[in-house]
Design a protein around this ligand. Sequence first.
Ligand SMILES: *Cc1c(COP(=O)(O)O)cnc(C)c1O
Length: 368
Amino acid sequence: MAFPTNLKQLFNRAPKKNNWAGLIEAYRPWLPVTKKTPVISLYEGATPLLPVKSISDRIGNGVQVYVKYDGLNPTGSFKDRGMTMAISKAKEAGCEAVICASTGNTSASAAAYARKGGMKAFVIIPDGYVAQGKLAQALVYGAEILSIKGNFDTALDIVRELSEKYPITLVNSVNPFRLQGQKTAAFEIIENLGNAPDWLCIPMGNAGNISAYWMGFQEYFSANKSKKLPKMMGFQASGSAPLVIGKTVEEPETIATAIRIGNPVNKEKALLVKNSSNGKFLSVTDSEIINAYKILGKEEGIFCEPASASSVAGLLKLKDEVPKNSKIVCVLTGNGLKDPECAINNNDSIFHSGLNPDINSIAKTMGF
Ligand SMILES: *Cc1c(COP(=O)(O)O)cnc(C)c1O
């Protein structure tokens, strides 16, 4: 193609002006906001839906697999979708402080949005089980951090009680505005694909996100904006799979700390989603999670956190059940940079250290 020589032609080739102003502005009619709601936004949402050939090829049968890369939200996880709503509504109600229990991403997101809205953010985290990147964020965003000797489930019990006794708003996924914001990811997928996918594969911790997606898919289906509803496929880590084994896990354990939850807040909702969508819940081992994590990194250039890779690990495990020529979306809930320790301990890269700064010996090390 010839290079345009006149300015007008050049101008027409420039990308459209970016007027995205966050998901509340984009989906206002679908959300419980009014003109009076002060919108607290970091322009979250509108994340890419990327085709992943390496996964499609492994499934075969003409199946097309995409990932919804929600780790590209402002604080690096899908939690921002819910937080813009929860914090805007808290601000509207005149609240001055928010609180959450968190395995990390909720606290990072709550802190960023609360501070942006001029509110205080308290976060209660389980001692020693929060990935470095997430802790760094909460610190920089100016949260007040309360680290307890106990797991997420204990932390949640505490914040629930605190928010009942004191003037402070709870922004965990028991807060209904969170799910309202999160349902917009389903809208975006339908808008990108022109229809709902056949399967939606998603990690489950407290199971708020799977419930939110289902709400979004149903709303667009009812409004004739999609012609079908997906089967909802929820995945948990095998050491932390209360929704798969059907009972609370007292001491949940997994490398995927974001879903290290033994007693999911939204379990009833999640079971309803599974039944009404004809879906399935399954657990994946830490090594299956790491395998998917590595494939996405090495073959797709996509760095997600281990919890997120469980959606792809689950799909690979269900390979033989995937319908021919179907379209599948796997949700990548968080960014890989959140958990650098996991990355450094789980990769197949070659790292030559301590080399002398000498061209010949470096070239030799490189195999020339
Ligand atoms: C919060 C979180 C999840 C789990 O979402 P739920 O709504 O609790 O099921 C999964 N992955 C990441 C990265 C998260 O931050």
